[in-house]
Design a protein around this ligand. Structure first.
Ligand SMILES: [Fe+2]
Ligand SMILES: [Fe+2]
Length: 205
């Protein structure tokens, strides 16, 4: 196998042999890679286009419509970004799509919005689980959680009603600046190493 030694690459072949110079090179490359994360996330979101999954609108339009409703309702950038991304996991993790989207956004959002994204699927079930042989009240196992009503409200106001082809859904372009602002401001110091601390790490919320 070819050795990839060079000015912009680490010289070690096992981490145990790494030096500070090696890691300076790696961090420079990682910083550049991480700076393009918003582009990759937006490209991935666009994979939802054209797949209607039996609904009246495709998954991208549903996502845009959910975010459009949240934006027009006066929600802040972070909430709108969560609304936009909440179903991005449909492509890579259909059996646990809510968790996939939540994990992708976790470094950039509050614990409350993380929980909302992570649990939205069972709350959305209130509107259809009983129609497919399930229990529409499955969300009740979370009764008493401080973010129960917050998450129920997300589904009621935005998610469950965003399958309307006649709604004036905003285009993806309208949300890119919002999403980029949110992704430029990681909130949790725990993720600083992974994100190479390329930007300011705000107080955790
Ligand atoms: Fe969902
Ligand atoms: Fe959804």
């Amino acid at each position: 196998m070819t050795a990839h030694a060079g000015e912009d690459r680490a010289s070690f072949h096992a981490m145990s042999a790494g030096s500070a110079d090696d890691w300076a090179r790696i961090l420079a490359a990682v910083r550049d890679f991480n700076d393009r994360f918003p582009d990759r996330l937006i490209a991935h979101l666009q994979l939802l286009q054209g797949d209607h999954g039996g609904f009246a609108v495709d998954r991208l339009e549903h996502s845009l419509q959910t975010a459009s409703r949240a934006l027009r309702d006066g929600r802040d950038d972070e909430y709108v970004a969560c609304a936009l991304i909440h179903d991005i996991g449909d492509v890579l993790g259909p059996a646990h799509h809510a968790e996939v989207g939540a994990v992708l956004m976790r470094p950039f959002i509050s614990e409350r919005n993380f929980w909302m994204m992570q649990q939205h699927a069972v709350f959305q079930g209130y509107y259809y689980f009983h129609l497919i042989g399930g229990d529409r009240n499955a969300r009740d196992r979370f009764r008493g959680h401080p973010d129960f009503e917050y998450t129920a409200q997300f589904c009621e106001l935005y998610d469950q009603r965003s399958f309307d082809p006649a709604y004036d859904t905003l285009p993806l372009d309208a949300f890119e600046p919002i999403l980029r602002r949110v992704l430029a401001a990681p909130k949790h110091a725990d993720f600083a190493h992974e994100l190479n601390a390329s930007g300011p790490v705000a107080d955790a919320q």
